[in-house]
Design a protein around this ligand. Structure first.
Ligand code: HEM
Length: 377
């Protein structure tokens, strides 16, 4: 099978090379079955004695052929297509110090397949198992103070819309990214090649469009929440006692606790900007760049490593915002929390509201439904 396919591949590559005008780079000996005329090749790249001998002594060894297709790294073929490196059929040779790889493309492939995929995947699985164990041993936090029925506005409609758009884009990006990176291990065997191919293509397209939405909403989320994430002295006590999570009550905090602030600065701000910047390079949305193979490979490696870290961090955030803390999701869903919730989870914020330093209702109050009893003036 392989022996049948090899000449066909040689012929196709050679044809492509000739079409690209890469005659200057092609000229080494190909196996006899696929050796079309390359007589126009310049003298220095014509089949030489040693290659001819190698073709006889090692008929299956076509390394000289590929070396010639790759060229010296300085000569590109001709292509009428606009854009960087369009005349280069195979990325040029780059010898990294101590590297055993012969092309940058191969080095990148190895980094992706041997580092980013296995270590990134393990990180996500470890985070998932750790959260499962935490839920099993500790369970949901809060719910120790009975509700009062009096509500405080925790998030304005604008804050919820910004967060909602960002979270929705994140979920699309995370699911599509996981399928693109790891789908061949767990979906391909179940779906088969054709369906998996279509699914991955559709998700890759969704990924490309959700990325810019995530970028824009991320900037809005950062600007919206930055003020209440500025570190304060009380955060040190919270960190030293792990928020009181393992004790029977939480350590008092302002609107956001030190755990949320760490996630904001590390996960949302720092990782968010790295992930967005590298993603915009991969989407070719940054003006003035050449988008060479080398640049795309570097952007891809940064994006892959940073998104794996970011997803692991956000698994913690999503856990705490849903099943991990009683009533937290209601605050984000409706905009309101009970006074008891505020006192239990963010006591210093609650004290400020009680003292009138922060308004309990920051946005315009919701309009009662038509027909509902209106307060008498
Ligand atoms: C499905 C995904 C998500 C869920 C279920 C979720 C849930 C929540 C909840 C319930 C809160 C309120 C916590 C509180 O009241 O203290 C919150 C706050 C917040 N979330 Fe999310 N979230 C999600 C995704 C994201 C993403 C993708 C980002 C940004 C990249 C993000 C950034 C924030 C920020 C900045 C806050 C304000 C608290 C802080 O500054 O730490 N969330 N989230």
């Amino acid at each position: 099978m392989l022996s049948l396919a090899r000449p066909l591949i040689h012929a196709a590559v050679l044809l492509a090379a000739v079409l690209l005008g890469a005659g200057a780079a092609v000229g080494q000996t190909a196996p006899a079955a696929s050796a079309p005329a390359v007589a126009a090749a310049p003298a220095e790249t014509r089949p030489d004695e040693s290659n001819a001998e190698r073709a006889k002594s090692q008929p299956g060894n076509n390394a000289p052929f590929w070396r010639a297709v790759r060229g010296s790294g300085e000569q590109a073929g001709y292509s009428s297509l606009p854009g960087a490196e369009k005349g280069t059929l195979i990325q040029s040779f780059q010898q990294y110090p101590g590297s055993r790889f012969t092309t940058a493309g191969e080095a990148w492939r190895q980094v992706r397949n041997n580092w980013i995929i296995p270590y990134g995947g393990s990180l996500l699985l470890i985070a998932l198992v750790a959260l499962g164990l935490f839920y099993w041993r500790v369970g949901p936090l809060g719910g120790h103070i009975p509700d009062t029925g009096r509500k405080i506005e925790r998030f304005t409609p604008f804050e919820r819309a910004a967060h909602g758009a960002n979270a929705a884009a994140f979920v699309v990006l995370a699911i599509s990214g996981i399928v693109m990176a790891f789908g061949k291990f767990f979906l391909l065997p179940v779906l088969g090649g054709t369906l998996f191919g279509w699914l991955t293509y559709a998700l890759k397209t969704a990924h490309n469009f959700a990325g810019p939405l995530f970028a824009v909403s991320l900037v809005i989320v950062i600007l919206t929440f930055i003020r209440d994430n500025i570190p304060k002295g009380s955060d040190l006590t919270w960190i030293a006692r792990l928020g009181g999570m393992l004790g029977d009550h939480e350590i008092p905090s302002h609107r956001f606790n030190a755990g949320e602030k760490l996630l904001f600065w590390g996960g949302v701000f720092a990782m968010g900007l790295v992930v967005v910047a590298s993603g915009l390079v991969l989407d070719k949305l940054i003006p003035g760049m050449d988008y060479t193979r080398g640049q795309m490979q570097i952007a891809h490696m940064i994006h892959g490593a940073a998104t794996a870290l970011m997803m692991a961090l956000f698994m913690g955030h999503i856990y705490m915002g849903t099943v991990g803390t009683r009533g937290a999701l209601d605050g984000m869903r409706t905009g309101y929390v009970d006074e008891a919730w505020a006192r239990e989870h963010h006591e210093l914020w609650f004290d400020d509201i009680q003292a009138g330093r922060i308004l309990a209702q920051r946005s315009a109050p919701p309009v009662p439904p038509i027909g509902a009893a209106r307060p008498q003036s």
